[in-house]
Design a binder for this molecule. Structure first.
Ligand code: SF4
Length: 362
């Protein structure tokens, strides 16, 4: 492999030799102008693990509420109780949103001021009883930490009870950027910091729950803070080995406008490639198409990503679009993203068990 940036040559020697990258290597990955050289290295690392396979899952995202006691500066989703646009769903509402076509349900929401721990337990238990075939991924480490702050339910007890009710995996949100500087600037000091976030994932892993990890980037963080965040995740994976997937979350400018424009596609590709190379102990790196857009997600499959997530959007919208079934439309869309990159779509469940390999003729 030839590189226009000489710094990548020593990184490539390590990647090819199976050696672990260090912080300086990580900085070189984020600072280099040789985006294609970086992509080729990440593609090498991805292909060595998965060949041309790219995973997707038919899942459904549900937020039980957007009412939240916190006011993170990057968040355009949260509302205060009683504010216009605030919503709160009952357990029955949530069960009604999940059809039998869904393989996984992903539940995250605001830090509600009044809902007791038992509400969350009923959500999981009710959903599991009504849809036993659907795997439940729910509640970020930040939400689990909030249940301790609000109701003094220790994370180990909370996760043990939620697992008994039917919880199978945890999403990776709430990590934001592991930087006390950024946490102060963006007003999220009131949620789990790096130590606490990692501690809660470690507890989940010790209970046999697999989890994901995320990084919110493209706002006021530095490139060094991105590297440090990824290295912290790698250290936690060394310690507890339960992470399945890393998901890079580009900041959405929306109405919060922390920066004038969204992260450009090149930075999204760079971040996914750097993550694949630094997180040598993570089985999967995702290109979450909902945030990246279909085109960038498809290109990201040549930059180290081996998963595009999934998601069945609001079923009413899909029926209005003329889809025969929500699952049918979702599959077609995901096939387009994966096949445009020349890769093979592999349908999975929440734990990466293979449901079906969709060959080209399918
Ligand atoms: S805790 Fe979550 S929902 Fe609440 S303001 Fe922060 S990002 Fe938004």
């Amino acid at each position: 492999m030839r590189f226009s940036d000489r710094r990548l040559e020593s990184v490539w020697d390590k990647v090819r030799g199976g050696a672990r990258l260090d912080r300086n290597d990580g900085l070189a990955l984020f600072e280099t102008d040789d985006l294609l050289g970086l992509g080729r290295m990440a593609d090498h690392a991805k292909s060595a693990r998965e060949g041309d396979r790219v995973y997707f899952v038919l899942n459904r995202y549900i937020s039980p509420t957007n009412v939240c006691v916190l006011s993170c500066s990057f968040c355009g989703f949260a509302r205060k109780k009683g504010e216009p646009g605030a919503f709160e769903y009952s357990v029955e509402d949530i069960i009604g949103m999940v059809s039998d076509e869904v393989r996984e349900v992903h539940i995250v929401g605001g830090h509600h001021p009044d809902w007791p721990f038992e509400y969350y337990e009923r959500v999981i238990g009710g959903l599991h009883a009504a849809r036993p075939a659907v795997q439940i991924k729910a509640f970020t480490a930040a939400e689990i930490d909030y249940l301790w702050r609000r109701w003094k339910i220790e994370p180990r007890e909370a996760l043990t009870r939620l697992k008994a009710a039917g919880l199978q995996t945890m999403p990776g949100g709430g990590a934001e950027i592991f930087s006390s500087r950024v946490a102060k600037q963006l007003h999220y000091t009131g949620k789990a910091d790096a130590d606490r976030w990692c501690e809660i994932h470690g507890i989940a892993h010790s209970l046999g729950l697999r989890t994901n990890a995320t990084m919110l980037y493209g706002h006021v963080e530095t490139l060094a803070e991105r590297v440090d965040h990824l290295l912290r995740l790698r250290a936690q994976q060394d310690a507890s080995s339960g992470f399945l997937t890393f998901i890079a979350l580009p900041y959405q400018v929306g109405t919060t406008k922390l920066v004038p424009r969204s992260t450009p596609p090149a930075d999204n590709l760079r971040t996914i490639a750097a993550a694949r190379l630094l997180l040598d102990n993570f089985p999967h790196v995702e290109a979450y198409w909902v945030l990246l857009g279909e085109d960038t997600a498809s290109v990201a499959l040549h930059f180290g990503a081996d998963d595009v997530n999934g998601t069945l959007e609001d079923e009413r919208v899909q029926h209005m679009a003329g889809a025969e079934t929500p699952a049918g439309l979702a599959r077609e869309q995901l096939f387009r993203i994966i096949r445009d990159a020349g890769k093979i779509p592999v349908e999975r469940d929440a734990l990466y068990n293979i449901v079906r390999v969709w060959d080209v003729a399918a």
